[in-house]
Design a protein around this ligand. Sequence first.
Ligand code: AMP
Ligand code: MG
Length: 308
Amino acid sequence: MKFLYLLPIAFYLLPITFGCQPRVLHKDKQVMMGTFVEVLSPDKDAAAIVFSEIRRVELLLSKYNPESEISRLNKTGKLKASPEIFFILKECERFWKLSAGAFDVSVGPLVDLWGFTTKEYYCPKEAGIREALRLTGFNNIIFNNKDNMIKFKVRGMRIDLGAIAKGYAVDCAVTKLREKGIKSCLINSGGQIHCLGDKFGEPWRVAIKEPRSNRAADGLKLIDKAVSTSGDYEQFFIKGNKRYHHIINPHTGYPADSGILSVTVIADTGLIADALSTSIFILGKVEGLKMAKKIQGVDVRIIEENPD
Ligand code: AMP
Ligand code: MG
């Protein structure tokens, strides 16, 4: 009998709870940092805020922009850095140490040599690798904490922030959104994702791509988290049946060969997720997970070539 009373009440309540607030998700997309940046938010102003902040960070960090501080450092071997660039390079130093040298943003000469900068891919000769390795090594960067001066010890060294720039850029965009009081937004910058708040009271849903197909390998439900994936399918070429990809082991000069096809890191900030996913990809499962344990609040999903 009680059920008969409840039923009509429930019917009256349904249009009230679902009817008065239309659940509109605004979507927008722009090409930035060499990829599509996609923004989803119930707030129609979110996309413009995200695009303008990501554009600002891109101009600051890109080696493709001849005016950026990074380009000036690469050209002259020294720079009186802005506090922001100094902070980012110090974070790069932190991850270089944590990863025992696997994460090394001084891999610029190697990334160039393999053709990943121009997309004119090329299998280099041993002598070329040796010469590029001579120009690689974070230990050859001198930091002066007093006046923010950064200097290269070896002429011809070049920094490439491709492994951390997108994560940092998305963090900056999230800070701007928070400042403007926007509480719900999903940013996807070419696989570098941030889930700000929730989506109409539910977690945001993010799929992890299966590396050799377009299917989803796994699904994540996230609130206030950053996600980054490093994979051998993102930039690669095939020569003689072998795949050569864009994540270089700075100890060997060759694309990392750790048995990992893709690694996804979920963390509180994009910078941590981005730097850690690249590091684990190079280190491999065992050493990579040891490194992840040293950082608080991270979750790691690895897809291996030969899962055990
Ligand atoms: P991600 O997709 O975040 O793993 O970053 C890959 C990009 O980082 C490459 O396209 C290069 O620009 C750069 N990179 C390659 N190898 C390394 C490395 N060992 N350490 C830091 N950055 C790297
Ligand atoms: Mg990365």
